[in-house]
Design a protein around this ligand. Structure first.
Ligand code: NAD
Ligand code: NA
Length: 397
């Protein structure tokens, strides 16, 4: 089987296993060549298969020698379908980690369910040495079933003020379209907070605490985004911003609890804007990212997912460069938010048109990163190769 990229809007419909392996290996190489750190030994990552969760797992394993448990919602080969990028990322990570003698255990299923929490806890107790010292919470999901009530909530990427129109990039058609964001109903706002807020993070910590599998000094970090003024309407003042504020409230509750009981810590970390599966579909966001990449590359301060997460873990969480803001949030987005960066983005923002966006922004860079997420556009991968589905299906994680 030969696999070609297929896009629908800014959603990727196919993924390339050999390219996903390359994607993971390049991140591992980056960490191997970078400075190391110590502290994390037994780590649980929720949302471990792509984007920021995957990069964190790679940094922790290859930068600090940590054993890891990953939880993600991905599928391998089924019939003629080759499976998701996150599945193949996980296959590649697991092979490489085990080569180094590290434990890499994976749970593929719904992180919001009680069942997966029970399974992970049982594994920690019986086979993972009994305790974890770090939990990374990096979920991006559109739907959550509340395990207590059985009610299913769907998140809505909507405005909470007024209808917003703005330019956005369509990666399939490679053009700029007018993105529209409608105003959320009260129910949509509540649902988005249910899905993307802090409730499930707290349920994980409560279950792990109750099962007595947290070490003294246990830490937990959840990933969030704030973004600059040009995206406030869609992000900070949108339903997603409300969910992220709920996450921040949760971090403070958890920090108090964990501090008292374990001398532990809980943080929200605001990361830099990057193209991932989750962010590519947010209106306006890809165009902002394309402008930001251009400016940050010109200034020599651009970072990809792995650079962001390695810096967060090595310098801030386990190092002495903890950049906390007045709301006690970790700020690895500090370079994105620099005054000179944002004013350069703003002045370009006013000049961008559907005709000139490929020249004025780093569209090529954003597109390449997006294609790489699904294992495409690597110069050293042979995309004409005929992949054997049976052989791929036999790969276990
Ligand atoms: P992503 O889509 O690349 O990763 C999401 C992960 O969640 C995947 O591993 C997926 O398998 C997993 N997942 C989704 N639903 C699940 C479920 N029900 N059960 C188990 N696993 C499930 O997304 P990302 O961009 O890495 O986002 C992760 C976090 O980082 C989010 O909180 C996001 O807001 C935040 N963040 C993203 C950006 C950005 O620019 N992309 C910036 C800052 C912060
Ligand atoms: Na992730």
């Amino acid at each position: 089987m030969v696999i070609k990229p297929r896009l629908k809007g800014s959603l990727a419909l196919t993924a390339h296993p050999a390219g996903c392996e390359e994607f993971v290996k390049r991140q591992i190489d980056y960490v191997k060549k970078s400075d190391k750190y110590s502290g994390p030994k037994k780590v649980l990552i929720i949302g471990s298969s792509s984007g920021y969760g995957l990069a964190s797992r790679i940094s922790l394993a290859f930068g600090a020698g940590a054993d890891t448990i990953g939880v993600a919602f991905e599928k391998g080969v089924e019939g003629k379908r080759v499976g998701t990028a996150g599945w193949w990322n996980t296959v590649a990570f697991t092979e490489e980690a085990r080569k180094e003698g590290l434990i890499a255990k994976n749970f593929m299923g719904d992180a919001f369910s009680d069942e997966i929490k029970e399974n992970v806890i049982e594994y920690i107790k019986k086979e993972f040495g009994g305790k974890i010292d770090l939990l990374i919470y990096s979920l991006a999901s559109g739907v959550r079933t509340d395990p207590k009530t059985g009610i299913t909530y769907r998140s809505a990427l909507k405005s909470t003020t007024n209808e917003i129109e703005g330019p956005t990039i369509n990666l399939e058609k490679e053009n700029i379209e007018n993105g529209k964001m409608e105003v959320a109903t009260e129910e949509e706002l509540i649902s988005t907070v249910k899905v993307m807020g802090g409730e499930d993070w707290k349920l994980w910590i409560e279950a792990l605490d109750k099962a007595d599998v947290l070490t003294e000094g246990f830490k937990t970090v959840a990933y969030s985004y704030l973004g600059p003024k040009v995206t406030y309407g869609i992000y900070k003042e949108g339903t997603i911003g409300a969910a992220k504020r709920d996450l921040e409230r949760t971090s403070n509750e958890l920090n108090d609890y964990l501090g008292k009981k374990y001398h532990g810590e809980a943080y929200v970390s605001l990361s830099k804007a990057l193209m991932t599966r989750a962010s590519a579909v947010i209106p306006v966001f890809p165009l902002y990212a394309a402008l930001l990449y251009k400016i940050m590359k010109e200034k020599g301060i651009h970072e990809g997912t792995i650079e962001q997460k390695h810096r967060l873990l090595k310098d801030m969480i386990y190092g002495d460069h903890k950049e906390l803001d007045s709301d006690r949030r970790l700020r690895p987005d500090n370079w994105e938010m620099r005054e000179d960066v944002q004013s350069a983005v703003e002045s370009l923002w006013d000049k961008v048109t559907p005709e000139n966006f490929k020249e004025l922004t780093d569209y090529a860079g954003v597109r390449e990163e997006f294609m790489n997420l699904n294992g495409f556009d690597f110069d050293n991968v042979d995309y004409d190769q005929d992949l054997d589905l049976d052989e791929l299906a036999a790969k276990k994680i």
